[in-house]
Design a protein around this ligand. Structure first.
Ligand code: C2E
Ligand code: CA
Ligand code: CA
Ligand code: CA
Length: 278
């Protein structure tokens, strides 16, 4: 049956009707995919810029479609957010990531990543039982809440309006909150004053725009984070020059293809095992 599912979308006529039909089709398949658990998580290392040591991992979801192969999140997360399927999908992500993360800790101890970062949509945060679901996943896997970081975008936090109850409750448990893609949303500064947040993730556009010797947004964000007492991670480091520049201006933590691509659980497990031997 390989190729069947694939050609189905691609043969739709362009234009509005095609787009709607395409989304209806994809929505139905997404519903089935959740029932069948057609998802996997990749884990991208977050490293210490000084020594390259593994500090944490960010879980990134992939959909292994039976006909189309691996579908990246940009192609189904926005749809899942619109039709609400992000809620059961997010529940699976939290459970699966906590389970895997706890297994690495049990097997590799101090060599295992210390922190697990998960991406969360506004739609999930508006769900009344969200904090309870996360707390239950932590309790069931025996993970300390201090080891979990929830990544939310500025846009998502703005969409929440006043309904930050889930975030507040989780922070009371010790879970940390990071603002993802920091600097690309709107009304950033007022948001930082009112939003329950512990960490900033400098958007990759600022990581990559750095020119040696010039003042940069990256440096300004670091100052801002210091003033507010927030931790910062630079995203999207692709070259040794970018890594060096971040070190020079005082960054401690980073993520990007220069250090490691998102890895399968098996690949990350192997690299932890090599570290155990060393
Ligand atoms: P994000 O949270 O900003 O994740 C970072 C994205 O940048 C990932 O794309 C990652 O693979 C990619 N990346 C990492 N290092 C580099 C680099 O050096 N250069 C470049 N150019 N890219 C890099 P990915 O995995 O395709 O995920 C895209 C987005 O999908 C994520 O952006 C996140 O917003 C969303 N997403 C992924 N997994 C989940 C999830 O479980 N739940 C929710 N709600 N959203 C998710
Ligand atoms: Ca993220
Ligand atoms: Ca990001
Ligand atoms: Ca993003």
């Amino acid at each position: 049956a390989k190729g069947l599912g694939g050609s189905r979308y691609l043969t739709y006529e362009p234009g509005m009707a095609g787009t709607v039909a395409n989304h209806v089709q994809l929505g139905a398949e997404l519903r089935q995919a959740i029932i069948d658990e057609q998802f996997t998580l990749l884990y991208q290392p977050i490293v210490d810029l000084a020594g390259g040591r593994l500090m944490g991992v960010e879980a990134l979801v992939r959909w292994t479609h039976p006909g189309r192969g691996v579908i990246p999140p940009v192609e189904f997360i926005p749809l899942a957010e619109r039709n609400g399927l992000i809620v059961p999908l997010g529940r699976w992500v939290v459970r699966e990531a906590c389970r895997q993360f706890a297994a690495w800790s049990a097997e590799h101890g101090a060599a295992a990543p210390a922190v697990l970062n998960l991406n969360v949509s506004a739609r999930e945060l508006r769900e009344p039982g969200y904090a309870d679901d996360v707390a239950a996943a932590l309790a069931d896997t025996g993970l300390s809440p201090h080891r979990l970081v929830l990544e939310v975008t500025e846009t998502a936090v703005l969409q929440l309006g006043g309904s930050v109850t889930n975030l507040t409750r989780l922070r009371e448990l010790g879970v940390r909150v990071a603002l993802d893609d920091f600097g690309t949303g709107q009304s950033t500064l007022s948001l930082l004053q009112n939003c329950p947040v512990d960490e900033l993730k400098l958007d990759q556009s600022f990581t990559q725009a750095q020119v040696t010797g010039e003042p940069t947004i990256a440096a300004a964000v670091l100052q801002l984070a210091r003033v507010l007492g927030l931790h910062v991670v630079a995203e999207g480091v692709e070259t040794p020059q970018q890594a060096q520049r971040l070190r020079d201006i005082g960054y401690h933590a980073a993520q990007g293809y220069h250090f490691a691509r998102p890895l399968s659980a098996g690949q990350l497990g192997e690299s932890l095992a090599r570290r155990d031997d060393a």
